[in-house]
Design a protein around this ligand. Structure first.
Ligand SMILES: NC(=O)c1ccc[n+]([C@@H]2O[C@H](COP(=O)([O-])OP(=O)(O)OC[C@H]3O[C@@H](n4cnc5c(N)ncnc54)[C@H](O)[C@@H]3O)[C@@H](O)[C@H]2O)c1
Length: 378
């Protein structure tokens, strides 16, 4: 018999769907002590929340997230709202003794993130942040290979995250999905939205970053705000590029934009070490490219590993070798790990404290872009 874990989810947009899908699937594929129960979904519009609940199988709805947190029948609060609500919801949930699964970025800035860490640690509640790319099997395999020493000393880390959906000057700021263009809701632009993913993966794979120097640009300076119907200044970064030095001595470049015509979600990373290199591309997420310098020189070259075998991370839970999985599965893996860790009494990375490290790098990047100087990560 599995033990129920009652989920109360706040926000039912893109991530609300991705997470709910993961809760619904996880026990079919993973043998776990706990089973998520879709207890309640919260959104401000009752009719829309009810339609979502009916479609996805939630037992009930709330229209005020405070009411959801106050319920005795909720064990874990899942925060799927825009970034400006993460702090307040997480702190209230921690004080109510709820476990918390919070979307990324952890917070609007480091000060908020530190407060959130203090509160979850004081309350002693399980907490995790949905940096889901760690749990794409190819990325998890890259982590294992680095830990096995297959790349040796690391010289370079390179990551980009490119999109093109905000090029039109007619696109408003504010509202469903478009809150990303409104600094009051998002905190920052591509830095907190896209580079935060690249930074989380980089810190996980290659350790801490010492310092950064960055540049940002806002190409469209004013956009109509959905809430007021008036043109307002755009205060997010549309594009950001930064250089970084890792504590292990590696040099890094990171670039992100929503103005790279032709790219929808091109997240790529490459790591070059003394003994070999690894390369991964979100558009081909079930493959990991590997160059091994130990191979005989005549046959040396980049190989493309199809990550579908039972001995690849997470893959024994899915289909037969040769059949690949996709984006949604990274969220299923996150829930599976969270439930397994809960049973074992272990934290699930990235915890709030881990995600605070990413927040520190994001803040330093924005600080450097403003000042034009190198900024140390403290
Ligand atoms: N892990 C990832 O890859 C990933 C991808 C996309 C978004 N995100 C993060 O997930 C979060 C949500 O993003 P999204 O793309 O799902 O946005 P979205 O606009 O699709 O959905 C946001 C939801 O929050 C709800 N909401 C807003 N204010 C609310 C309030 N006061 N009370 C209750 N509900 C409220 C909205 O109604 C909507 O349902 C953000 O923090 C974002 O950065 C993470």
């Amino acid at each position: 018999m599995t033990k129920p874990l009652n989920i109360g989810m706040i926000g039912y947009g893109f991530m609300g769907r991705a997470h709910t899908n993961a809760y619904a699937k996880v026990n079919h594929f993973f043998d776990l002590e706990y089973r998520p129960v879709l207890k309640a979904v919260c959104a401000r519009d009752a009719a829309k929340a009810q339609a979502f609940a009916d479609n996805w199988g939630y037992e009930s709805i709330e229209t005020d997230w405070r009411a959801l947190i106050a319920r005795d029948d909720i064990d874990a609060v899942d925060i799927c709202t825009p970034n400006n609500l993460h702090r307040e919801i997480a702190i209230a949930a921690a004080r109510a003794g709820k476990m918390i699964l919070c979307e990324k970025p952890l917070s609007m800035n480091v000060a908020e993130g530190e407060e959130m860490c203090r509160e979850v640690e004081k309350a002693g509640v399980a907490n995790t942040v949905w940096y889901n790319y760690r749990r794409v099997p190819a990325v998890s395999l890259a982590k294992q290979m680095i830990e096995e020493g297959r790349l040796g000393r690391i010289f370079h880390y390179r990551a980009v995250f490119l999109q093109d959906w905000t090029i039109s000057a007619d696109l408003p700021q504010g509202g469903q999905a478009l809150w990303r263009l409104d600094a009051a809701a998002a905190g920052s632009g591509v830095t907190g939205d896209l580079l935060a993913h690249c930074i989380d993966t980089a810190l996980w794979l290659n350790g801490g970053i010492d310092n950064v120097t960055a540049m940002t640009e806002t190409f469209i300076k004013e956009r109509v705000h959905t809430a007021t119907g008036q043109k307002q200044k755009v205060e997010i970064d549309d594009a950001c590029a930064f250089l970084a030095r890792f504590r292990n001595g590696a040099l890094a470049t990171f670039e992100s934009t929503r103005y790279a015509r032709g790219h929808k979600a091109l997240y790529t990373l490459e790591i070059n070490g003394e003994k070999g290199s690894l390369r991964w591309d979100l558009h081909d997420l079930h493959r990991l490219e590997y160059f091994d310098y130990a191979n005989e020189s005549r046959y040396r070259g980049w190989r493309s590993i199809h990550i579908t075998d039972g001995d690849h991370p997470y893959m024994k839970h899915w289909w037969v070798p040769g059949l690949q999985i996709g984006y949604e599965h990274s969220f299923v893996h996150h829930v599976a790990d969270f439930l397994a860790d809960l049973a074992a009494g272990r934290p699930t990375g990235p915890t709030f404290r881990d995600a605070l490290e990413t927040q520190k790098v994001c803040d330093a990047v924005l600080d450097s872009a403003r000042s034009g100087r190198w900024v140390s990560i403290t």
